[in-house]
Design a protein around this ligand. Structure first.
Ligand SMILES: Cc1ncc(COP(=O)(O)O)c(C=O)c1O
Length: 457
């Protein structure tokens, strides 16, 4: 029996059975994609509002990447890094670390964001052992945050859905993430961010500074905080605290890196932050091939190498084909000046989205940097109250958007406790005409959603 014999409502042949009940219609099948558009097999065209899950930075079907992929595949797809050095790996490391600066001179390549965060933590621990700080193993993260879906990264992410994560009672060690839109009563964003930074210092001391290995944060939040970032003072103070108490600072730039925010790293917006380790994923391979990395200093890598090395393996670490794709994605990004363009396009996008606030009462906040943007959806613009969780805000807006030819990837984190937002993160190649197409589709989508909300009251 083929899948088409099974009829509507059956999707046992693919992955959807893991999250969709059998009574629901299966998703359309994808046929092809080009630039910022994707077509299904019925010929319907969609615009990719979120670059998939903020991955497809170069858009679809980029000829340079396809050529590099083909050439590398024809020469050699796979060579394990302990057997051979590969040209694509070495060249990508050179280009990537040159872009990163900030004394991030070394790169370790894996396949996805969760893996990159895991590897960064393991490397940090190995470094602590190498330099004799053996008592340091705890990692502090922020609540809310999202660092991946392996068990250790879920513990970091503070999302209670699957807790406990490792051993009984283990839920991670968290400090509050600073908000810009919904700050505590009577506290402005700057004062709130200062309090959040001081909460880190108190937490490190409460845990015992000589047990704390690292603090990890998303410098610009992705799905966990809808493109929220803090005032510069926060990043400066966090660095100061980590220096004072000898704690490593890790920036998870799975989403915010690779040019997405209008700088190559989001860390570049706050040069004083000087992260010790940075993770990259998603836009690094641009969705063309699974690729992620952590970057760190030569000093730390040398210390680990002298103390026996960092041997933890993954079959696909430093994969030659993945690195060739990453190199082509990076070269195209730089040559087309897509990072600079993300700033201009992002400003235009936010100006158009902000105009929707005057008209559509559920649009609470529009925020972001470069092309990492979000719209926060609220019950009331004045009170900023959340909508009832039963409304499934993100799911419903996704459905209404899809009916209008807009593909939006979204997911609710922390059960919607901190709010609901729709990411607006188109490919960095998006033109102002593409932005118009997105906003002209989002406007009726959000109007329809607002009408449903008013009708439900
Ligand atoms: C900040 C952040 N870290 C880590 C991850 C996990 O990446 P992956 O899904 O590639 O494992 C994500 C994914 O959305 C993310 O947004």
């Amino acid at each position: 029996m083929t899948s088409s014999d099974r009829g509507a409502g059956s999707h046992t042949g693919g992955m959807q059975c893991f999250w969709t009940s059998p009574s629901e219609a299966p998703l359309e099948r994808v046929s092809r994609a080009q630039g910022v558009h994707v077509w299904d097999t019925a010929g319907r065209r969609y615009i990719d509002v979120t670059s998939g899950p903020v991955a497809v930075n170069l858009g679809h079907g980029n000829p340079r990447v396809l050529r590099a992929m083909h050439e590398q595949a024809a020469r050699v797809c796979f060579a394990y890094p302990t057997a051979f050095e590969s040209d694509s790996n070495v060249r990508l490391t050179e280009r990537l670390t040159a872009q990163a600066g900030m004394r991030l001179e070394r790169a370790f390549f894996v396949s996805g964001g969760s893996e990159a965060v895991e590897k960064a933590l393991q490397f940090a621990r190995r470094y602590a052992i190498a330099i004799g700080r053996t008592s340091r193993y705890k990692v502090i993260s922020r609540n809310p945050s999202y660092h991946g879906s392996t068990r250790a990264t879920m513990a970091l992410s503070a999302d209670p859905g699957y807790a406990p994560f490792l051993t009984e009672g283990q839920t991670g060690i968290h400090v509050p993430a600073p908000w810009s839109y919904r700050t505590p009563d009577g506290v402005n964003a700057a004062a709130h961010a200062r309090e959040c930074a001081e909460a880190l210092r108190h937490k490190i001391l409460a845990e015992g500074a000589d047990t704390v290995l690292a603090f990890i944060l998303e410098p610009v939040m992705g799905f966990s905080g809808g493109a929220t970032y803090a005032p510069p003072e926060y990043y400066r103070r966090v660095r100061e605290i980590c220096d004072e108490l000898d704690v490593l600072l890790i920036f998870d730039e799975t989403i915010s890196g690779a040019g997405r925010t209008g700088k190559f790293l989001a860390a570049h917006w706050w040069p004083q932050s000087r992260p010790d380790i940075v993770t990259l994923a998603k836009g690094l391979g641009g969705g063309y091939y699974p690729l992620a990395a952590f970057l760190t200093s030569a000093r730390m890598v040398d210390a680990v190498a002298h103390a026996g090395g960092f041997h933890l393996g993954h079959t696909h670490k430093g994969h030659p084909l993945a690195c060739a794709v990453g190199l082509a994605v990076l070269e195209e990004t730089l040559e087309q000046k897509l990072i600079e363009r993300a700033n201009e396009t992002g400003a235009y996008l936010r100006s158009r989205l902000n105009a929707l606030r005057n008209e559509i009462h559920v649009v609470g906040d529009v925020r972001g940097l470069g092309l990492l943007n979000a719209i926060e959806i609220v019950a009331d613009q004045d009170t900023r109250d959340l909508l009832p969780r039963t409304l499934d805000v993100i799911g419903r807006i996704q459905t209404l958007a899809r009916e209008r030819g807009l593909l939006i990837y979204g997911r609710r984190t922390h059960g919607g406790r901190f709010g609901d937002w729709i990411m607006v993160t188109p490919p960095l190649i998006a033109t102002s005409a593409d932005i118009d197409e997105i906003v002209d589709g989002l406007a009726p989508t959000l109007r329809a959603f607002a009408a449903e909300v008013s009708g439900a009251r």
